[in-house]
Design a protein around this ligand. Structure first.
Ligand SMILES: *[C@@H]1O[C@H](CO)[C@@H](O)[C@H](O)[C@H]1NC(C)=O
Ligand SMILES: *[C@@H]1O[C@H](CO)[C@@H](O)[C@H](O)[C@H]1NC(C)=O
Ligand SMILES: *[C@@H]1O[C@H](CO)[C@@H](O)[C@H](O)[C@H]1NC(C)=O
Length: 316
């Protein structure tokens, strides 16, 4: 008994010695709540209601790893967003198709990004995950510029090219070895983007280069682009590919992949992000405020089997 306690204490001490102090939380929050940003409805969405949406696959992706979700709706006051920031344990910037310099989505992303930087600087560990458009939005927020380049990457599945040392990154080091091998060798990452951050533009921008570590790259045959990155000093993660589509989207078209290893990759991306969110201890001021904010208050709409998003949540 004593020996077990001793071993636990020693391993915690060793862990804390080798990780940045901010990530060395003494206890985990096993009831994490993640905010997902809503965005302006797509022009061609015939099922749209109100003015904004969240694709349900992002919600399910986080729920699969033990989190609950709160929608972050557009058009609210900064004060309301600050209050929400202090109630949630992490932020997801989803994929989609808005202007990443002028939209409401961008306005919200900037408010939360700035709050997250400030919080982390003050040892309040707050993770952000960006997927596809979320990845692109993070590059604009960090560099204050849109450095994206057009690539031929709409509806393709690609294997990841790992940078040296990236299997030891915060994001990948807890992935099973066989999964890393699948990601490197099989075409299991879904790509649905017209724009990418080229390796060239990343390397040419001091802000991006200092902020993010490149974990994986891909090429469309002409341009090498970054497909996965994590911030050096902040718990921020970004994937240009779509882990959530493999288990939760079912349109039959090129670029979709539902193999066992693709689904396993989806789970591990969510698992790592949620394990980061468990280090955050924000909470709603009261249970009734938490209850009112959760996504369970909204019903997703089924958009049909030929829709890029099977189900969406819509907001006024
Ligand atoms: C919310 O913002 C969207 C996009 O800017 C706009 O179309 C919509 O009218 C706004 N809704 C309200 C209620 O202000
Ligand atoms: C599989 O990945 C390779 C790149 O390694 C790419 O050239 C090929 O088009 C991909 N196949 C599919 C079906 O997307
Ligand atoms: C970004 O990279 C592309 C080529 O990949 C280049 O044409 C463009 O000028 C670059 N933009 C900047 C601002 O460096």
């Amino acid at each position: 008994m004593y020996r077990q306690v001793f071993v636990l204490a020693v391993s915690a001490a060793v862990l804390c010695a080798f990780t940045p102090p901010a990530s060395c939380a003494r206890h985990f929050n096993y009831r994490p709540i993640i905010g997902i940003l809503a965005q302006e409805n797509l022009d061609d969405d015939t099922h749209a209601q109100g003015s904004s949406y969240i694709a349900a696959s992002y919600v399910k992706h986080l729920e699969s790893a033990g989190a609950r979700v709160v929608p972050i709706r557009i058009n609210q006051t900064e004060e309301e967003y600050v209050k929400l920031f202090n109630s949630i344990n992490g932020l997801l910037l989803p994929g989609g198709n808005v202007d990443i310099e002028k939209s409401q989505f961008t306005r919200l992303a900037k408010i939360f990004y700035d709050l997250a930087i400030k919080a982390n600087d003050a040892s309040d560990y707050f993770p952000i995950w960006g997927t596809c458009q979320g990845f692109q939005q993070l590059t604009v927020l960090t560099s204050n510029k849109n450095l994206l380049t057009l690539t031929d990457t709409k509806a393709v599945t690609l294997p990841l090219t790992f940078s040296p040392g990236s299997p030891n990154s915060r994001l990948f080091k807890r992935f099973p070895k066989d999964l890393l091998q699948s990601l490197a060798e099989e075409n299991i990452t879904s790509n649905f983007h017209s724009w990418s951050l080229s390796l060239q533009n990343y390397s040419g921008n001091a802000k991006l280069k200092r902020f993010y570590r490149v974990l994986t790259t891909n090429t469309d045959g002409k341009t090498d682009f970054i497909s996965t990155m994590e911030a050096y000093r902040y718990p921020f993660y970004a994937v240009q590919w779509h882990p959530e589509k493999s288990p939760f989207e079912w349109i039959e078209k090129a670029g979709m992949v539902h193999t066992l290893s693709a689904i396993k990759a989806a789970f591990y991306t969510a698992h790592i992000f949620i394990s980061e969110a468990m280090k955050n201890h924000h909470r709603f001021p009261s249970q009734s405020e938490e209850e009112k904010a959760l996504i369970y208050n909204y019903q997703p709409i089924f958009n049909g089997l030929n829709s890029i998003f099977m189900q969406n949540y819509y907001f006024d």
